[in-house]
Every structure is written in C-alpha cells, then in structure tokens.
Design a protein around this ligand. Structure first.
Ligand SMILES: [Zn+2]
Length: 382
C-alpha cells in the first residue's frame, strides 16, 4: 500500500502505518486542546487514540496469527485512520478456515475488554462512560475503563454482518458451505451494501460524518471484494473440456496416412500436432517435430505409423485444467495433449488454450482485508 511505512515486525509480519494516521493524531490533539484548553487535554486524546490503535493492531494480529497457523502467508498489517488492514497473500480456501481467522480478531477485543475494565476498577475508576472524550477522562483508572469500553465497541461493531466487516465474513463463510463461494460472496456483499447505505443515511442525517465515511468504505470494500472473488471463482475449477479444441475442430490422421499428406496439412493448416486415430481409438500422435525431422531426413518415410509417437500421455476432458492438465502438459514436453473420454479422442488441449485461460485467472497480488474500519468513528462520535 502506498504512503505507508514500516514501524516494526513481529512473527514475520511487517507492521506499517499510513501517513494519514498522523493527521488523525494531530486532529485529535487539536480537538483535545481546544476542548480542555490545556496541553494535558491534547495529550490525553492522543494517548487514547494511540492506545485504541494498539488494540486494533492486536485485533489484526489475532486474524493474522491464526491465518499463519492455517498455512496462509501474511504480507503485512497496515494501520489506517479508519482501522487496520491485514494483507494476506491469498484468501482462505475453506469456509471453516475463514471463520476461524475472522473470529480471532474480535475475540482479541473480547479478551482485552474485561482486562481493561479490571485494571480501571483497580485504579479506582467509577464504572461509567466519560460524557466527553476530550475532557471526561479525569484519571488513569478512568482511561483504562474507557479502553475496556472501546474494545467492546470494536468487537460488537466488527461483528455486524456488513461484509467486508468481520461479521460479514463469517456470514459469507457460513453461506459458502451450502451455496459455494461465488453466491455466498454475492449475497453477503449485497447485505454489506445495504448496511453501508443505512450507515451512510444515519451518519448524514445525524451529522456523524465519520460514520458516513466508514459506510463508504464498507460499500466500496464489499463491491471490490465481490468482483475479485467472482474473477477468482470463474477460473477456479476450470476443466479441460471448457477450453480444449473440440474434436470437430481437431484434424486427426490415421496410421495409414502418407507422410506427404501430413506434411500438406502442416503447411496449409494451422494445426501442428495431429492425434493418430485407428478404428476410433487414439493410437499415437505425430507432432511438428517428427514431421519436420522426417522432411529433412534422407530416409523415405511412407506412412504415419513409422513416424508417430506412441507413448503419448492423454488427459481426461473432466480433469482440472490448472491442477492436473497443466503439469502433465509441462512434463510431456509437448505443445498439445490429446483429450480423451473412455479411450475415445474428444479433442486437443494446446499450450495456447491454457495460456488464454490463465490470462483470465490473473489476480491482484495483494488481497486486502478490510478489518475494523470503524475504530475512529466511535471516538469521533462523542
Ligand atoms: Zn477484524
């Protein structure tokens, strides 16, 4: 992410802060100073925001450390004025993994809240919320009590099922078990957009512009991630039959074809590799290599049978394109593989077919998780 710089590293994960975060600190310091008329007031605010973002960071580490244990690579965690973002190299494949990773974040806040409440009470806090963040935190005990409250808010707000908030991710994962990732993402991002529209209206009508801003982030986050998943899913599980050249478009030869006939096909057609079929069964393949070598050979080959490769790997039309067919194609050293169904030739899969499919498959390298975009909204609303 541009404009962010590294402040540390833990468990192999870079922690980064976006420069706009310091605008937020300066803003709250200014508000605190104006409200209290003292530098102490400015400092209290700044310290509160920093403490809140440490909780946000711990929340993100909750996600990231569980993701790491499940074998996913975490690139970095970035703190933004509206919350934290964990950059995962890829999204979890299994819905149950996504649930575990997602719930680990709010769980951190659920654990932190009673700890802060306890510390606050031990330090003599009165169990009530400050009426005003900027002048209301009168003691260190009260500060900790307030942090406990902020952690409750972090947990609750993030669990709202407004995708891509954590609650929305859990919703998607649960839907995905029955409906598949694609429909689950469509539905949960629609729900997220509805929440976002409601937050936006409430924020606008209530004069809470930060809530309106958070709503925009949820809205575009939901839209963007739905698009990404759609792209990912449309090429996942692509089978050979979906991209291969079908039999009607594949020129075949028999073992009895003469060398001259095959040479003629290479010169006048687009195809360079020909499956050899005898009595409806695939018996071999003759490739451009053999044809060209034979053309320059002093020996006089008369038929395809003398030239064809017989130990040619084949691939089933139902095989997964990237998982199964591509490795076989690469190992064979061939530019094309005959595709069969029950021993019968049904088409040809070429390197070009795979290349075109992988163009569709290309994904952005960084997948951003929009975690708790809500954190500063809460403090700003009082
Ligand atoms: Zn989260």
């Amino acid at each position: 992410m541009g404009g962010a710089f590294k402040i540390g590293r833990f468990s192999g994960i870079d922690v980064r802060v976006h420069w706009t975060f310091f605008l937020l600190l300066a803003y709250f310091a200014f508000i605190g100073y104006r409200a209290s008329g003292s530098l102490l007031g400015a400092l209290t605010d700044t310290v509160t925001i920093v403490a809140l973002f440490i909780c946000v960071l711990l929340h993100e580490f909750g996600h990231s450390l569980v993701a790491q244990r499940l074998g996913l690579e975490i690139l970095s965690i970035t703190l933004l004025p509206l919350g934290g973002v964990s950059n995962l190299e890829s999204l979890p494949e299994k819905p149950s993994d996504e649930v575990k990773i997602t719930l680990a974040g709010p769980l951190v806040n659920v654990v932190l809240a009673p700890i802060f409440f306890g510390v606050g009470l031990l330090l003599g806090a009165v169990p009530r919320m400050p009426t005003d963040l900027f002048t209301g935190i009168g003691s260190v005990g009260q500060f900790f009590f307030y942090l406990g409250y902020l952690n409750v808010v972090l947990a609750v707000f993030n669990l709202i099922p407004a995708f891509p908030l954590d609650g929305g991710r859990v919703l998607r994962a649960l839907l995905a078990i029955r409906l598949g990732a694609l429909r689950a993402t469509d539905i949960s991002s629609r729900v997220g957009q509805l929440f976002a529209a409601a937050f936006f209206l409430i924020g606008l009508l209530g004069g809470n512009f930060l809530l309106a801003l958070v709503a925009l982030f949820i809205f575009f986050g939901a839209t963007g991630e739905a698009q990404m998943v759609r792209q990912q899913e449309t090429t996942r599980g692509l089978s050979v039959s979906e991209v291969m050249g079908t039999k009607s478009r594949t020129e075949t030869v028999t073992p009895y074809h003469t060398f001259g006939q095959v040479l003629d096909s290479v010169i006048h057609g687009y195809q360079e590799d020909f499956p050899v079929v005898e009595d409806g069964h695939l018996v071999g393949m003759i490739t451009r290599e053999e044809i060209m070598a034979a053309a320059h050979s002093p020996e006089r080959y008369s038929s395809v049978r003398e030239l064809m490769k017989t130990n040619v790997p084949t691939i089933s039309s139902q095989a997964d394109l990237f998982e199964e067919a591509l490795p076989i194609l690469q190992q064979s050293g061939l530019r094309a593989l005959p595709v069969t169904e029950k021993g019968e030739l049904v088409g040809m899969l070429t390197i070009e077919d795979v290349g075109q499919a992988s163009l569709l498959r290309r994904l952005p390298r960084e997948v951003s998780r929009i975690g708790n975009r809500t954190t500063s909204q809460e403090t700003a609303s009082r």
